[in-house]
Design a protein around this ligand. Structure first.
Ligand SMILES: Cc1ncc(COP(=O)(O)O)c(C=O)c1O
Length: 409
């Protein structure tokens, strides 16, 4: 056994680890040690959260409460999921049943249901609509303002027009931290539209919502408390290992109306017993909450908030460092911890150059950054969500970019 583990360690160590402080690509991981131990315990305990799971159920609901209070969505109920994709799909399933009761039985019969979200929301929204039978044509891509936030005026017009045309608005999905730039939609403005026009409001905070706990960015999330449902991934900016998504809702009955069922192999005769499977998409469901419970209890709210604030500060330092370099162009001021920028080459076409730059940097492996396209411009898109990342690491990213670019230009 020891030999096998040593072998596995050797193999994995020769490859990329996303938990290292200079991994800036996509939305990375931290693999927080306390949470790793919590996860180990949960795996060994191996309870199935589909049916009533006693202490594990209590821990799950306590963790949801802590999480909802951390981000300012107080009093929510909810469940842990495998991540943003499933949380968003679950929320939209409930919104569909609310907008068109009985659809879970009849299926989607006409093309009336519509979902509204910004052009820069995550692809999981479109995928959820495809899976739910609405089709991606049901997604109304609302344009963004100068801060890359969904335009609430356009949202209102689109919904009003659809209603006039005989369509049925099913949900609005606001993003609290887009994957491309970290922009936070104006939740207050979106909520006013949803309230006036009586549409389900979902907030996809899979990446960015933890920043609602930090004093410097909390104001960006005003209006969150009006949402009907909210997604957040603890395996992103709450540092715990995958998978640890959470879907929080104001009214659990909306989930029950969508998923409750009676099966001969899982009796529902005792009304005091609640099976989570009656309110979740998944059947067998691992005990994902424990790792976050252990981490929150070990480090406490304040340490969490400081770690998130530190990531936010590093993003601003990175933006300043980029601003000091003639050959680097900051493409948008960071709202949270994503800092898209590009190198301006002397002798080459910028898009092709920046693509090659990222590839070369990845080959060298000193820092790891991914590329992205922002308004047609290929850029580097560092995202800082690791509590281990320090100022030296951010400086190393700039130095490595300049060094590799100079050699290529
Ligand atoms: C805003 C947003 N929503 C949803 C997702 C999907 O999350 P997951 O990969 O955990 O399913 C992501 C992933 O990066 C995201 O950034």
């Amino acid at each position: 056994m020891n030999e096998v583990l040593a072998l596995a360690e050797e193999i994995l160590d020769a490859s990329l680890s996303q938990t290292r402080p200079r991994f800036f690509a996509f939305v990375g991981s931290s693999g927080l040690e306390s949470a790793v131990l919590g996860d180990l315990l949960a795996t060994a305990h191996d309870v199935n959260m589909a049916t009533t799971a006693h202490a594990a159920d209590l821990i799950e609901s306590q963790t949801v409460q802590w999480l909802s209070s951390l981000v300012g969505y107080d009093g929510a109920e909810g469940y842990f999921t495998s991540g943003g994709m499933i949380s968003n799909l679950t929320a939209l399933s409930a919104a569909r049943e609310k907008a068109a009761p009985g659809t879970r039985m009849t299926g989607v019969r006409d093309g009336r249901l519509c979902v509204y979200t910004s052009v820069e929301s995550h692809a999981s929204i479109q995928r959820a609509c495809e899976v739910l039978g609405l089709g991606s044509q049901a997604v109304r891509a609302v344009s963004i303002d100068e801060h890359r936030r969904m335009r609430a005026d356009e949202l209102r017009t689109a919904i009003t027009q659809d209603v006039a045309d005989g369509r049925a608005p099913m949900a609005v999905v606001a993003t609290a931290g887009t994957t491309l730039t970290g922009a936070v939609d104006d939740l207050q403005a979106v909520s006013a539209v949803c309230r006036d026009l009586d549409v389900w409001m979902h907030v996809d905070g899979a990446y960015g919502l933890p920043a609602a706990s930090a004093p410097e960015t909390a104001h960006l999330f005003a209006g969150l408390s009006d949402a009907d449902s909210v997604s957040v991934d603890a395996h992103k900016w709450l540092f715990v290992p995958k998978a640890c998504g959470c879907l929080m809702v104001k009214d659990k009955n909306a989930l029950r109306a969508t998923f409750a069922h009676d099966s001969g192999y899982m009796l529902h005769d005792d009304q005091r017993v609640e099976h989570s499977v009656d309110a979740t998409l998944e059947y067998s469901r691992p005990f994902r909450a424990l790792k976050l419970w252990v981490a929150l209890k070990t480090h406490g709210r304040q340490q969490y908030v400081s770690a998130i604030s530190k990531n936010l500060a590093l993003a601003r330092i990175l933006a300043d460092l980029i601003g000091e370099e003639d050959r680097l162009e900051l493409l948008t001021q960071p709202q949270l911890s994503i800092v898209p920028f590009r190198y301006l080459p002397w002798n080459h076409e910028p898009n092709d150059f920046n693509r090659r730059l990222v590839k070369k940097m990845q080959e060298r492996g000193r820092v790891w950054v991914s590329d992205a396209v922002l308004d047609g411009r290929v850029c580097l898109r560092p995202c800082i969500v690791n509590f281990r990342t320090q100022e030296d690491d951010v400086r190393a990213l700039v130095e490595e970019t300049l060094a590799v670019a100079a050699a290529l230009d």
